[in-house]
Design a protein around this ligand. Structure first.
Ligand code: ATP
Ligand code: MG
Length: 287
């Protein structure tokens, strides 16, 4: 396999010979139908889309509209039933499973709503995990993981287990894990879905920082319009189709909003939309 990618091969400002910028993500008339034997479930129905390096995109839409299906395709976890997907100009529909896995591990970082950390494994070891799959030399792994934890402000929690961390801290560990192989693209499927509102804005601050200071391309799924306000561009899906695509007006900067929010523990006033803070610990308890 010759699929190891160097930084210079990554998507930042990739251009064609004619000087045109190559999209980081380009979908051409993508369909995804889940085949359940007797029934076919259409999840994406003809989606065409381009996302360029350095964008910060929020994907919105009702439950079942195809957002996670889209993210799985963007992340090379699944392939379109029909249509084509170009990642940094390369048609990934033609790649083998191994090539897809290599591409994924070097180019793409994933963040999930449930954090998906291994419960009996320290924060540092959770973050290290993707470096093993990426073939990073053993002596470099811990250093890379420490650096990633530092980037999300959690260096001092490296030895903690997920159950010893708050929901927001667990999500920061998950973001560090997504960053550890220096991807150019971060995909986050409802990264704030299990967090209270202040913690959600803290997560958005980290994602905005990665986007602004490190030039990472960020795509997040969210149900919440106020979270989408932190993105630069918002897409809306309905019934598997892209219905709206617009730049975010009056974009919010999390670093400016945070000082205006009540501190944790002081937020039982106006802001109690149901039980948003409910399962801030996405893990099953250690058994
Ligand atoms: N693995 C699967 N097998 C069969 N059908 C699926 C599968 N995954 C998703 N679907 C169906 O595809 C459609 C789109 O699902 P998807 O998970 O992409 O929606 P979503 O927008 O992410 O929804 P939510 O906001 O609830 O997470 C839905 O009708 C769903 O039931
Ligand atoms: Mg979903």
């Amino acid at each position: 396999m010759s699929s190891r990618l160097t930084a210079s091969e990554s998507s930042l400002n990739a251009v064609t010979a004619s000087g045109q910028q190559i999209a980081t993500i380009r979908l051409e008339n993508v369909y995804k139908t889940y085949d359940l034997g007797e029934i076919q479930v259409p999840a994406l129905r003809g989606v065409s889309l381009e996302i360029f390096a350095g964008e910060f995109v929020a994907v919105m839409g009702a439950s079942g509209s195809g957002k996670s299906t889209l993210m799985n395709i963007l992340g090379c976890l699944d392939r379109p039933t029909k249509g084509r997907y170009f990642l940094d100009g390369r048609d990934v529909s033609s790649l083998s499973k191994d090539e897809l896995a290599a591409l994924r591990s070097h180019k793409i970082g994933f963040v999930f709503q449930q954090f998906n950390l291994l419960p009996r494994t320290s924060a540092l070891e959770n973050v290290e995990l993707p470096t093993i799959y990426a073939g990073v030399p053993i002596e470099e792994r811990a250093k890379r993981a420490e650096e990633a934890l530092r980037r999300v402000g959690l260096a001092e929690r490296a030895g903690h287990f997920p159950s010893q961390l708050s929901g927001g801290q667990q999500q920061r560990v998950a973001i560090a894990r997504a960053l550890v192989n220096n991807p150019s693209l971060v995909l986050a499927d409802e990264p704030t879905g299990n967090l209270d509102s202040r913690t959600s804005v803290e997560i958005m601050e980290i994602l905005q920082g990665l986007n602004e200071q490190h030039g990472l391309t960020v795509v997040i799924v969210t149900h919440e319009p106020d979270i989408a306000q932190y993105a630069k561009r918002a897409l809306e899906f309905r019934d598997g189709k892209l219905r709206k695509d617009a730049m975010v007006q009056n974009r919010q900067l999390a670093s400016e909003v945070l000082p205006t929010l009540p501190a944790i523990g002081a937020e039982d006033e106006a802001d109690a939309p149901g039980d948003r803070a409910k399962s801030s610990n996405g893990n099953t308890p250690a058994d």
